[in-house]
Ligand binder design. Structure first.
Ligand code: CDP
Length: 232
């Protein structure tokens, strides 16, 4: 059966608001939403729990690579949101901590980790009708995606948003710690050898530093409509 559904790839810097608008667009147009960052975060949580992060913060890549077949990641739709499952356990809150954020970029730079997750992500997009956000979705995972967006905002604005999100959840973090994490992840994500963060040549760029959430949601929906010619 032919379908006119498309693949929507939303990439960008950390805390650039991509997950918020990707999730909303998926809900509005009836697509599946996949947060690929949650998958890297779940692998990182597994590594932390199994002492695969060395005391100096580096990752024991050979042991993590050996453990990869034992890691299963799933998503469960839950009302408006989505829960990430690591080997059957809901870890949605655990993967969002600053501690996981501090280790995730080195884990995500390991080629074997990327190969395993990219394979799963491509399988999820086989039937199209998917909005996926991350760092390499438009460049590596779905280079032929019909709609690609690349998001950015100033590091200060992004850190402010993430700081607010974390403190609202009760975390004890400082703005400075969050800003340092945002900047460090940007650096590792952009300079790693395996599929570094970069804007795909055919992506539409969005700087949402001065936009509200509603404004960026509308912007994305309008782009979807102009690409597909749909009114839904
Ligand atoms: O939500 P936030 O912007 O904090 O980041 P995320 O989307 O949860 O991704 C967490 C980390 O996973 C990123 O900093 C990257 O190191 C890595 N990642 C990646 O390498 N490739 C992806 N497709 C998605 C995330």
């Amino acid at each position: 059966m032919s379908s006119d559904k498309i693949i929507i790839a939303i990439d960008g810097y950390s805390s650039s608001g991509k997950s918020t608008m990707a999730r909303r667009l998926a809900k509005t147009i009836g697509y599946r939403y996949i947060d690929s960052g949650a998958m890297y975060r779940a692998v990182t949580l597994y590594a932390m729990r199994h002492a695969l992060i060395n005391p100096d913060g580096t990752v024991d890549a050979p042991r993590l690579e050996t453990a990869l077949p034992e890691i299963s990641i799933d998503f469960k739709v839950d009302g408006d949101g989505q829960q990430t499952l690591l080997n059957g356990e809901i870890v949605e809150n655990e993967i969002r901590t600053l501690e996981v954020s501090n280790h995730v970029s080195p884990v995500a730079a390991i080629p074997a980790v990327r190969h395993a997750l990219v394979k799963m992500q491509r399988a999820m997009g086989e039937t199209k009708g998917i909005v996926m956000d991350g760092r390499d979705i438009g460049t590596v995972v779905f280079p032929h995606a019909e709609m690609k967006v690349f998001c950015n905002a100033t590091p200060e604005r992004r850190a402010e948003r993430r700081f607010k999100e974390l403190t609202e959840k009760g975390a004890t973090v400082t703005y400075e710690e969050v800003l340092a994490n945002v900047m460090q992840r940007d650096h590792i994500d952009m300079t790693r050898e395996e599929s570094p963060l970069r804007c795909a040549d055919d992506a539409v760029m969005l700087d949402n530093s001065a936009m509200t959430i509603d404004e960026q949601n509308d912007w994305l929906l309008n782009l979807y409509r102009s690409i597909t010619g749909k009114k839904d």
